[in-house]
Design a protein around this ligand. Structure first.
Ligand SMILES: [Cu+2]
Length: 244
């Protein structure tokens, strides 16, 4: 029996010509289709308030320094620092990251952190005295870990989005906040209150800004190509500063 005739060579040749052509066209078109936008803005606080005073470390002066700055409300020319700006919603996804929290000069450094759920948090102590890290969480398992001088680092992972307060039971002024987010689209306002969230797919989003003593505010925004500016002002809020 005769073999089936081979497919005409013409098809292969045309494929050889057209495939690269199509690939080139896709390559040229895709950046135009998959454009992304960004959100940027400023968090402000202009109310006249008593800025929390530095804390006297008393008998811990030698190890901690005489004073520890109070970081609960940091305002610089109306710009509010350490507000976490995040985008609500699980759909966005993203990649968890790796973060470091240090216990240094009897402070948690940084004072406010944000990270996507399932990120790795490495906790270190640089201090020559004991500390403990006590987390107050509801959706994640709370932890209470002692840190002796030169002790090994401790690794933590938070599985659920939540705002977690961290305290040291030995030094009442030591607090930190860990904001666990649903996705990797977030930022923390810097010294002048500015923030930026890049590489955002176009769409309608609810943006939430949270600050430890001023609470949270939300806004809905439509992000298109390029930069969308969104500002938050907390001046109408009275700070809830605990005496601790
Ligand atoms: Cu401590």
């Amino acid at each position: 029996m005769a073999n089936k005739p081979l497919k005409p060579k013409k098809l292969t040749i045309s494929a050889m010509i057209f495939r690269p052509l199509i690939s080139t066209l896709i390559f040229l078109l895709v950046p135009g289709i998959a454009f992304s936008g960004s959100i940027k803005g400023k968090i402000t606080y202009s109310a006249q308030v008593k800025i929390p005073k530095s804390v006297d470390t008393g008998k811990y002066k030698k190890a901690c320094g005489a004073e520890v700055p109070n970081e609960k409300l940091l305002v610089n020319e109306k710009g509010l620092m350490n507000a976490v700006v995040l985008i609500e919603g699980k759909k966005l996804g993203g990649k968890p990251g790796e973060y470091k929290l240090d216990q240094k000069n009897c402070r948690y450094v940084p004072h406010v952190m944000a990270m996507m759920k399932d990120s790795k948090l490495n906790i270190h102590s640089s201090d020559p005295i004991n500390h403990n890290l006590h987390s107050y969480s509801f959706d994640n398992d709370p932890v209470n870990v002692m840190f002796l001088p030169n002790q090994d680092d401790f690794e933590l992972e938070f599985e659920e989005p939540e705002i977690i307060k961290v305290e040291c039971d030995l030094h009442g002024w030591m607090t930190a906040w860990i904001v666990v987010t649903d996705n990797s689209f977030f930022d923390i306002s810097g010294q002048n209150g500015n923030f930026k969230i890049p590489d955002l797919p176009p769409g309608k989003y609810t943006i939430n800004a949270w600050h430890e003593v001023l609470g949270s505010k939300s806004q809905t925004v439509t992000v298109g190509k390029g930069e969308t500016v969104i500002n938050f002002d907390f001046s109408d809020v009275a700070p809830q500063v605990s005496k601790k």
